[in-house]
Design a protein around this ligand. Structure first.
Ligand code: SF4
Length: 607
């Protein structure tokens, strides 16, 4: 077996309570790299078209890549792939911290979970030995409390991932929480756990993977530490909210349910405010010198005593400008409540912003909401509704389905206010003022997603991610397809290794194509050229696309109505996404990928 891999897949059938070990062939590892690539091949080949994502048939693939568990700084991710209950298409979600590292040290590259346990269980992986343990005593507990109990029972050497009430109640955007601050956040993976009666994972390992060239790895590591110190300083200082300043200045900070691109109360919730008022300390994922994870603690006022990891930029945007909540301590509180209940903060914020607009436009009234006054900026009512969502009570039962389904149920007027792509609610980058994101949202494999291409960064900075000779005009559609294709291929490779994206930022690096090929070779011993990695990234993207074609994903042109209208506020005011130009970008994108005119890959491009 190549170095960096364990060559082992464990398959758990929860219905039968059986565990089997499978071998990963070297050819499979070379072709699909790891992480996302492995999951794509497994989900495409081992699941049936049209299955219900919340049925025992849905397969949950948890995977790591060749770099995970080694001393490569920032390579600590675990990916979960599955059919999404929120979107009905490909679902993927990544988690930092130490979960992936421990899985690798337990000797496992891939853990697949099928079936449904007859009673609540948690899955304990202890150095390769797997045991299903009774979880009835933690069923019903929030994710923090469940983890606390498991730590007491199993010990701190284990790493845990738990679902909260939202996952148990099959809320379509339920997440999985690890170490009170890292999440498998998007696409409803928590509901997939819940549907399997799987409350938690506990993972511990002790065997470090072998690396082909230990000396070269030490040199690479030293370079990364130096580069991180120089280039990622603001991420260390402010965490991910650091980017919010640039986004608001560019007029692309989604505000009041995507009506405007500039938040006039931004000074109230700026990164400096969080740093100055709530900063308690920093945390790092395994082996990371950046430590961008900021712990906030509220010292005074109505939320005194609340402590949470975050808010990250995405939580800040989704609950601050998008819901017009200007109180920073309230944002800390909302973050904590979402984490405890096990809700994806991006979708939850979008859902509430959508509901607030429906309420203010009198599409729904207090009778319908059970007396909850869903006004923009009303923190207490939003908190009340979050609980109703997590426990599927009252109006929360409808909102627990996400924006797409809720808007369909509420009728035409509500559908006009619904912002989602293929059922996934977007992160905090307004595509009308970032044309690269307009395309990226349309083609991303999991719906409105920023992480599959990070196209917002080159659009914001004006710099091409891979070619210093080129510039990027964020208001222009020209050149965006070629850039998005390359970015997507790059991140498919990154997500298969699996690296933290903050080490692989477009434009600034630290790791771009050349470094990725270098470290892959150092760890695995395979002499990899950039062109081979790019081919592998493209193959993985084609395979996931084939999966989505099979699952009858909506057209890439099914775009939120709001984004086709003029943006208001800030320096990007007046910008739209032109349907005609979006069509042109899509045609160019398909052509560059070698897909058909309707965006269908050929099998030989993927398998
Ligand atoms: S940069 Fe932040 S998210 Fe990435 S590995 Fe380091 S601490 Fe974790």
């Amino acid at each position: 077996m190549l170095k960096g891999y364990t060559g082992k897949r464990l398959h758990v059938d929860l219905s039968k309570g059986k565990v089997s070990a499978l071998k990963l062939e070297e050819g499979f590892c070379r072709t699909y790299l790891g992480g996302k690539g492995f999951a794509a091949k497994i989900l495409y080949e081992e699941t049936r078209q049209g299955i219900n994502p919340l049925s025992p048939e849905n397969l949950l693939v948890l995977a790591v890549g060749p770099l995970v568990g080694t001393a490569v700084p920032g390579a600590n991710r675990l990916v979960a792939c599955f059919k999404s209950p929120l979107t009905g298409i490909w679902g993927e979600s990544y988690c930092g911290g130490e979960l992936g590292t421990q899985l690798k040290w337990a000797g496992i590259d891939v853990l697949t979970i099928a079936g449904r346990s007859p009673k609540p269980v948690y899955l304990m992986v202890d150095d390769g030995a797997v045991e299903l343990k009774d979880a009835s005593h933690i069923w019903g507990k929030d994710s923090y409390e469940a983890e606390r109990i498991l730590i007491e029972e199993a010990g701190r050497e284990f790493q845990f991932a738990t679902i909260g009430p939202a996952g148990e109640n099959l809320v379509k955007f339920a997440c999985v929480t690890h170490a009170r601050g890292r999440q498998l956040g998007r696409c409803g993976v928590g509901a997939v756990f819940g549907s399997k009666n799987l409350k938690a994972l506990a993972v511990r390992g002790s065997r470090l993977p072998e690396v082909a060239d230990v000396e070269a790895l030490a040199g690479f590591r030293w370079r990364m530490f130096e580069a991180a110190r120089e280039k990622l300083q603001s991420l260390s200082t402010y965490g991910t909210p650091a980017i919010a300043v640039l986004i608001n200045k560019a007029g692309v900070l989604p505000t009041r349910n995507w009506d405007e691109g500039f938040y006039e109360k931004f000074e109230e919730i700026s990164p400096e405010v969080f740093k100055g008022r709530f900063y308690a300390r920093r945390r790092a994922c395994y082996g990371c010198p950046v430590a961008c994870r900021h712990i906030s603690e509220v010292a005074e006022g109505v939320y005194a005593g609340v402590r949470v990891e975050g808010p990250e930029y995405e939580t800040l945007f989704a609950w601050g400008p998008l819901c017009d909540i200007e109180s920073p301590s309230a944002l800390v509180k909302i973050n904590e409540v979402c984490d405890r209940l096990g809700l994806d903060t991006i979708t939850a914020g979008n859902v509430l912003a959508f509901a607030m607009e429906c309420y203010e436009r009198k599409i729904v009234d207090s009778k319908k909401t059970g007396g909850v006054k869903l006004r923009f900026g009303d923190v207490e009512e939003a908190l009340r509704m979050l609980h109703e969502i997590a426990y599927r009570k009252g109006f929360g039962r409808l909102l627990a389905e996400g924006v797409r389904k809720a808007s369909k149920k509420l009728g035409k007027a509500a559908e006009k206010l619904a912002v989602h792509v293929k059922g996934l609610e977007p992160p905090g980058y307004e595509p009308r003022g970032l044309k690269g994101m307009a395309l990226a949202y349309a083609v991303s494999c999991r719906g409105a997603c920023h992480m599959r291409s990070l196209a917002y960064r080159p659009n914001l900075t004006g710099k091409h991610p891979f070619n210093p000779e080129k510039t990027v005009d964020r208001f222009s559609y020209e050149g965006q397809p070629a850039m998005v294709v390359e970015l997507e291929d790059f991140y498919a490779a990154v997500d298969s290794m699996i690296y933290c994206h903050f080490f692989c930022f477009p434009v600034i690096g630290l790791v771009l194509w050349r470094e990725l090929a270098e470290i892959y070779s150092i760890v695995t011993g395979v002499k990899a050229e950039v062109s081979a990695l790019r081919k592998a990234g493209a193959r993985i993207n084609s395979l996931v696309r084939l999966y989505n074609v099979r699952e009858k994903a909506p057209s890439d042109l099914a775009y939120p109505e709001k984004w086709l209208k003029k943006l208001r506020g800030g320096v990007s005011a007046g910008q739209v996404v032109s349907e005609r130009k979006l069509k042109r970008m899509l045609a160019e994108y398909y052509r560059l990928r070698g897909w058909t005119g309707t965006g269908r890959p050929k099998k030989k491009q993927a398998l």
